[in-house]
Design a binder for this molecule. Structure first.
Ligand code: 6PG
Length: 240
């Protein structure tokens, strides 16, 4: 299940991921598009910047539709918005039609937006076992083992029948919208992008199945497709 790739630098990790993205964008059947759910936080910034600078021309952007795996419940211009992070570090640099961008509206009431986005994704994506199937889901890893916005106290969201749910960051109370395990584990491929020594302990706990790892949300990322890629830099992998 776990394809674990360790890269000496973030640029080499980014180059590998960009290649996968380019391959996906050029493998889309005529008239179809690949649907990708992006992760948020800070890790993707460097990867998006690399793609913008070195790989944008290798990707067939017209064949790509961008979604998000989670969002903070803030307006799109807010500094903590995952949409804004993506806009500033990637979308301003690539020829992606706005009609191919489907942001989670953090400014909306959380429960209603979770339902709206679930319906939107249901209407736009092909199904696998009656569940929308993303071609690619990007995820990050928090130092507490959270992924997307599924934090340890709400790990049961991996068993939710919903596709997207309203939740919150338990440490700050910030409201969040997150993909649930139902849609994460239904994706054709899942990429966990983890960099930095601050994540090394959590990476080791999960990948080495150390005591209590089952309580960590990221340990529940097990796509039925078996296409799970952990992309780590040397620091994040230093305890493996
Ligand atoms: C978010 C992310 C979240 C993130 C991890 C890692 O909205 O914050 O989706 O799951 O991927 O918290 O965050 P960093 O990349 O900032 O370490």
């Amino acid at each position: 299940m776990n394809n674990i790739h360790v890269f000496p630098t973030i640029d080499e990790l980014s180059a590998f991921f960009a290649q996968k993205l380019a391959e996906l964008s050029h493998s889309v059947p005529e008239g179809k598009q690949a649907s990708i759910a992006l992760s948020g936080g800070s890790t993707p910034k460097g990867i998006f910047q690399y793609i913008s600078q070195y790989a944008a021309d290798s990707i067939h952007w017209d064949n790509i539709r961008l979604f998000w795996g989670d969002e903070r419940c803030v307006p799109p211009e807010h500094e903590e918005s995952n949409y804004k992070m993506t806009l500033d570090n990637l979308m301003v640099n690539i020829p992606l039609e706005s009609s191919n961008i489907f942001r989670i509206k953090g400014e909306n009431a959380p429960m209603e937006e979770a339902e709206r986005y679930s319906s939107l994704v249901t209407g736009l994506l092909p199904k696998h076992k009656d569940t929308p199937a993303f071609d690619m889901v990007l995820l990050g890893l928090g130092e507490d083992g959270h992924t997307a916005s599924i934090f340890p106290p709400d790990i049961n969201l991996f068993d939710s029948k919903s596709l997207f749910a309203a939740t919150q960051n338990p440490y700050t109370g910030q409201k969040r919208i997150t993909a649930t395990g139902r849609i994460i584990n239904n994706a054709r491929s899942v990429f966990l992008l983890v960099t930095g020594s601050s994540k090394a302990e959590m990476v080791a706990r999960i990948l080495k199945k150390q005591e209590g790892y089952e309580k960590l949300p990221a340990s529940r990322v097990m796509p039925e497709s078996k296409n799970l890629f952990w992309l780590l830099d040397g620091q994040a992998a230093e305890l493996l």
